[in-house]
Design a binder for this molecule. Structure first.
Ligand SMILES: NC(=O)c1ccc[n+]([C@@H]2O[C@H](COP(=O)([O-])OP(=O)(O)OC[C@H]3O[C@@H](n4cnc5c(N)ncnc54)[C@H](OP(=O)(O)O)[C@@H]3O)[C@@H](O)[C@H]2O)c1
Length: 257
């Protein structure tokens, strides 16, 4: 029988992480590097990426900095080409860039609604399309899409974000069917994770309401998502594809403000 702890190793793997400058993306990039992977870091702010790259270099792994707006398809193509040229292959993709704040369904324009839908789904779709060939050439690969528990919990003020992440989940399930067995595609639904994005909405009163509906009794840390990403990227999950994993402190009820 194979040694199970060694199945969690990312030695010899090369990952692309979008939104890698801060928050969940930064933690995923660092976690993958700690487990042995080299990492291509993508986001718009170069200084943030340089600082994550320095942390990865200190771990003895390679990291490249690729400033990139995921809404720009040419930038996504360059991200893939630079990763192949500078790190040699692609075996893992973490589609993490995305998000959206609450919306007022009485006022949100069709244009703003479409932007939220597009941003959370289309770059992930295009990047998957671009990496499946290289992953197949490398002997296989794994994609992890960062969704949200907002895809599952009915909640006021999140009709656009919830719809976008629900679309990402179903895209995950369907693409997993298209690209098995060479490429596994899974998603993670984080609950409330302490990042800059959450800090924009987090008042002490809101935090108290969130904690009341979180059975584990605390908000999540970016590392909680990174640990699940390492699992879904590594051979430890080699027989798992097309699944959506909640990493949410046990939340089944939305926080209502
Ligand atoms: N935090 C939570 O509670 C929570 C819960 C559920 C799901 N999520 C999901 O987790 C993901 C990350 O959220 P987070 O809380 O870690 O956010 P964050 O702390 O705001 O970090 C977002 C990262 O994405 C980058 N980014 C933003 N727009 C981008 C674009 N157009 N192209 C490339 N990179 C871009 C940002 O850098 P630049 O601005 O420099 O580009 C930054 O590095 C999102 O998909 C979000 O929906 C978060």
């Amino acid at each position: 029988m194979q040694h199970v702890p060694s199945m969690f190793s990312m030695e010899g793997q090369v990952a692309i992480v979008t939104g890698a400058g801060k928050g969940i993306g930064r933690a995923c990039a660092l976690g993958l590097a700690q487990a042995g992977a080299d990492v291509a870091l993508a986001a718009r702010t170069q200084a943030d990426l340089e600082s994550v790259a320095a942390e990865i270099h200190a771990l003895g792994r390679k990291a490249i900095v690729v400033p990139c707006d995921v809404n720009n398809e040419q930038a996504l193509e360059l991200l893939v080409q630079r990763t192949l040229a500078e790190l040699g292959k692609i075996t893992v993709l973490v589609n993490n860039a995305g998000g959206a704040g609450p919306n007022d369904p009485r006022k949100m324009s069709a244009d703003d609604f479409s932007k939220v839908l597009t941003w959370n789904v289309a770059p992930a779709y295009l990047l998957i399309q671009k990496v499946v060939g290289p992953m197949r050439d490398a002997g296989g690969g794994a994609v992890i899409n960062i969704s949200s528990m907002a895809a599952r919990l009915a909640q006021k003020h999140f009709s656009a974000y919830g719809a976008a992440k629900a679309a990402l989940n179903q895209m995950t399930r369907n693409l997993a069917q298209d690209f098995a067995p060479h490429v596994r595609i899974n998603a993670i639904e984080p609950g409330a994770i302490k990042t800059d994005a959450l800090a924009r909405y987090l008042t002490p009163e809101r935090e108290e309401v969130m904690l009341r509906v979180t059975p584990m009794g605390s908000l999540g840390q970016p590392e909680d998502i990174a640990a699940a990403v390492v699992f879904l990227a590594s051979p430890a999950s080699r027989w798992i594809t097309g699944k959506v994993l909640g990493v949410d402190g046990g939340s089944e009820v939305p926080a209502t403000f």
